[in-house]
Design a protein around this ligand. Structure first.
Ligand code: FAD
Length: 470
């Protein structure tokens, strides 16, 4: 008789939990997974998938406009938000079914309800207790909302994805990737969008050139960016209008306010600390490189560990864990060189170091930048530019980072991420033949280094010094 009901009990059927459980099940482990919401987690129901469907929907606005430059006469297009919502929801229902089937086919037992850790080998769901040799915490994260008066009138990305009506005027608080993605969606669908930023530019943490360029492009699209603007208080008027009082004393009137101000790991009330699992100051589960917590047989993967909060990372962490525990194949997930994208308009793709990180870590670097009007817009007339940037370690010629803002950036950067992972050098980029005519070919045809700001300044100082020396 086995000592425990299961070999692995996973809490949370999102990207990481499902991936780990299925892989473990495929190796013959006896696995159970509990979930208190829809199967598939944030990515499928409140993140990547519904967001990208809305991005596709929103992009038609520009496509109809651009078509005119190519000889098309398009009658005034109309848009129906409820139809898009219904189509999106149907797809999410389908995916919920797909995830259930995938779990079943891998022999994983799905237990619906909220899980709570009772001791290092026991999880309680809906009043019933299950034991397992190992526990996996894969509970993800939820949006953060600050405690200000009237915050109950605000929505988060969860609510924005399923608003019953399209707001006429929308304020978005936060200029991170979720904020700019929603700004792009609602702006293109016809809402008047205002973004309230902490600093001057969007996308903190990204390469500065990308940030500057995207900030400009968002403004060109009519998004009202308000730097250093903080809300003190939200008031709802009888007609439904929201009145936002800023710290500077201004009042902004909108129909909806969306907070995109970060996310919090889902660890509250899980019983983790009570059994000795250490959390960090942000409430994330602390794990080692094997995704092991401070309790020997309890593991955690995905957003709840707050490492790199992306779906493919959660999946890779989950699979690595299953390989290690159930396939005698010790596997650590390598968190370096992970590419990511921002599906704003125009989109962003990035992999590797930003220019500042590269200078800090590697000293002298060469920077290649190409900023151009994409061919498509020569006829469409759209005032939208593309920028591509390559950062190279000067001593070795190795590429340290690729960055792009412009149409198809996420698709293009995926290929560059493979090259980066393989240690591509600038010389190898130069030896690669471009595909013409594409935007992607710019990555293999950049010849001119951008003058190094420090060297240029030193030269300038040298020039100044000469007359005084004589
Ligand atoms: P989740 O997918 O959140 O899964 C955790 C699951 O645990 C949830 O289903 C939750 O209901 C469940 N759960 C929590 N507590 C309990 C409990 N006590 N008992 C039972 N079940 C519980 N990533 C990308 O790579 N690309 C993108 O384009 C992208 N876009 C995003 C857009 C938005 C708006 C958001 C919010 C996120 C986006 N992400 C994107 C991030 C991505 O969704 C997450 O990184 C990913 O879902 C993390 O997977 P996870 O398994 O850690 O957690």
């Amino acid at each position: 008789m086995p000592q425990y009901d299961f070999d692995l009990f996973t809490i949370g059927a999102g990207s990481g939990g499902v991936a780990a459980s299925r892989r473990a099940g495929s190796y013959g482990a006896r696995v159970a997974i509990c979930e208190d919401s829809r199967i598939g987690g944030t990515c499928v129901h409140r993140g990547c998938v519904p967001k990208k469907l809305l991005v596709y929907g929103a992009h038609f606005h520009a496509d109809f406009e651009d078509a005119a430059g190519y000889g098309w006469s398009v009658p005034e297009p109309t848009f129906d938000w409820t139809k898009l919502q219904a189509a999106k929801n149907k797809e999410l229902d389908r995916l919920d079914g797909v995830y259930r089937r995938l779990l079943r086919d891998s022999g994983v037992q799905l237990i619906e309800g909220r899980g709570r850790v009772v001791d290092a080998h026991t999880v309680e769901v809906g009043g019933k207790r299950y034991t397992a040799e190992r526990l996996l915490v894969a509970t993800g994260s939820h949006p953060f909302l600050p405690e200000i008066p009237g915050i109950e009138h605000a929505i988060t990305s969860d609510g924005a994805l399923s608003l019953p009506e399209l707001p006429r005027r929308l304020a978005i608080v936060g200029g991170g990737y979720i904020g700019v993605e929603f700004a792009g969606i609602f702006n293109a669908l016809g809402a008047k969008v205002m973004m309230l930023l902490r600093g001057e530019t969007v996308l903190r943490g990204f390469d500065n050139d990308i940030r500057g360029m995207l900030t400009q492009e968002l403004r060109k699209k009519g998004i009202d960016l308000r730097p250093e603007t903080f809300i003190r208080d939200i008031e709802k008027r009888p007609d439904g209008t929201l009145s936002l009082l800023t710290r500077m004393g201004d009042t902004l009137e909108v129909d909806a306010v969306l907070y995109a101000t970060g996310r919090v790991p889902n660890t509250k009330g899980l019983g983790l600390e009570e059994v000795g699992v250490r959390l960090n100051e942000r409430g994330a589960v602390q794990v080692d490189e094997w995704s092991r917590t401070s309790v020997e047989n309890i593991y955690a993967v995905g957003d709840v560990t707050d490492r790199i909060n992306l779906t493919p990372v959660a999946i890779a962490e989950g699979r690595a864990l299953a390989e290690t525990l159930f396939h005698d194949n010790p596997t650590k997930f390598d968190h370096t060189g992970v590419a990511s994208a921002v599906f704003c308009q125009p989109p962003v793709g990035t992999v590797g170091c930003t220019e500042n990180q590269a200078r800090e870590r590697y000293g002298q670097v060469d920077v290649y930048v190409s900023n151009f009007r994409p061919m498509k817009h020569t006829l469409s007339g759209r005032d939208e530019r593309t920028m591509m940037k390559v950062i190279v370690e000067r001593a070795s010629g190795r590429v340290l980072g690729f960055h792009m803002v412009g149409a198809d950036a996420p698709e293009i950067i995926q290929g560059m991420a493979v090259a980066l992972k393989c240690g591509v050098t600038k010389k190898q980029l130069d030896a690669t033949v471009g595909i013409h005519p594409t935007a992607a070919e710019e990555f293999v045809t950049m010849r001119d280094k951008r003058p190094d700001p420090e060297e240029a300044a030193a030269q300038e100082r040298g020039r100044d010094a000469v007359p005084h020396a004589h």
